[in-house]
Design a protein around this ligand. Structure first.
Ligand code: NDP
Length: 366
């Protein structure tokens, strides 16, 4: 059976509906959750556009070290000038009822401080991945949000992306049989001026930044927590970019059921993100699995009635739909007192895994 574009759309729609049933009701929200965006860089731009399409979220404040840039973005998104803060005075937003939540889009090592300060100001926190740069920081962030009685979600957008969800659904439905092996990679040739190459800001190299997508994918694809890791790293000693962070890192994860996952990440080479999952009855692969758009799902497997499924379809959805779903979901959790799909504990588990991978590779972590 060859699945048509319409059937693929149905599969991904079913996967999204099954995973994200509560946010579907977000369209009926009686009020919109107001977000302060902290750090106006590249990912913040995607989030800002995603929120514009949301039924239950809006941008009400900005926090930036660059007032001119902030003023321009404020004008674009209808944020009053009075709601532009900087990193020094942002704690005063505790008195601003227009701000319900923050979106932390800063360099990795700043996530913990700005999450904890926001929680202490009584604001819910949606924090970018990686959650922070150490297990201790992750635990402190969770504790601070619990103490302040605010919600914490890590912005793992692939958990809201239809092609990833369709792949998970095929696996959970048993279409691949017993999963045996997973392969995944994600990397890019990192520009020398990037903060990503400075360990004090980044906390680590490509594993923290893009390898984490492969790590997190192996966890959501299997639905299991890793039992063991074995990792290798190599960095060109003559390349000035890799004085404090690793260049290349590969690792194998063994899951409790016996599934083996092989992952690769790099700051020295462009590696379009992908994953391939091999099971006893078939396989699937998602190409550019972690991109904002242009993902495609291929599969050769069998449904529950034994029908052959052959799938080779790009997902026609365009950016920023899954950013919108991510914001919808967190706002819905705030409005209806639900637990986010990717809470702080999900970020903590990845930080624990990263600690083990670095330990195996002989790399020191904060
Ligand atoms: P950018 O460098 O584009 O933006 C970071 C912003 O943080 C800057 O624009 C700046 O905002 C602010 N900032 C404050 N202090 C510093 C500093 N010392 N150095 C640099 N920037 C500073 O980074 P990205 O947007 O690419 O990444 C931000 C976070 O988002 C990272 O944690 C990253 O891992 C994550 N990310 C997530 C993605 C996803 O798909 N979920 C994709 C890309 C990144 P201002 O000028 O307003 O002060």
């Amino acid at each position: 059976m060859r699945i048509s574009r319409r059937q693929f759309s149905q599969l991904s729609a079913m996967a999204v509906a099954a995973e994200l049933a509560p946010p579907m009701t977000a369209q009926l929200a009686s009020r919109k959750i107001g977000y302060a965006v902290i750090g106006l860089g590249r990912i913040a731009d995607h989030f800002l556009r995603g929120v514009q399409a949301s039924g239950n979220s809006k941008i009400t404040a900005l926090v930036s070290g660059h007032p001119d840039k902030a003023a321009g973005i404020a004008a674009q998104y209808g944020v009053p000038k009075a709601n532009i803060y900087n990193y020094e005075n942002m704690d005063s937003f505790r008195d601003n009822p227009a701000i319900d939540a923050v979106y932390v889009a800063l360099p990795n090592s700043m996530h913990a401080e700005y999450t904890i300060r926001s929680a202490k100001a009584g604001k819910h926190v949606l924090c970018e991945k990686p959650m922070c740069v150490s297990v201790l920081e992750a635990e402190a962030m969770i504790a601070a949000c619990k103490a302040a009685n605010v919600k914490l979600m890590i912005a793992y957008r692939c958990h809201f992306e239809p092609t990833n969800l369709a792949a998970v659904k095929l696996i959970r439905d048993g279409a691949l049989g017993q999963v045996q092996q997973i392969q995944s990679a994600f990397g890019f040739n990192c520009g020398a001026q990037e903060w990503r190459l400075q360990k004090p800001l980044a906390g680590g190299g490509p594993l923290m930044d893009v390898g984490i997508y492969c790590l997190n994918a192996t966890r959501y694809l299997t639905g299991e927590e890793p039992a063991a890791f074995s990792a290798y790293t190599h960095s060109n000693p003559n390349d000035p970019r890799f004085q404090t962070v690793e260049e290349n890192l590969n690792w194998i994860t063994r899951f409790p059921s016996g599934i083996l996952a092989t992952c690769e990440t790099s700051y020295g080479a462009n590696m379009d993100g992908y994953f391939r999952v091999y099971g006893s009855k078939g396989w699937l692969e998602v190409d550019t699995a972690f991109a904002y758009e242009g993902l495609s799902l291929k599969a050769d497997c069998y449904d529950a009635s034994g029908k052959h499924i052959q799938l080779d379809q790009p997902n026609p959805e365009k950016d920023p739909i899954h950013f919108t779903r991510e914001a919808d979901h967190f706002s819905d959790c705030i409005l209806n007192n639900r637990t986010p799909k990717t809470p702080g504990e999900e970020g903590l588990r990845d930080m624990q895994c990263i600690r083990e991978i670095y330990r195996s590779a002989g790399i020191a972590m904060a």
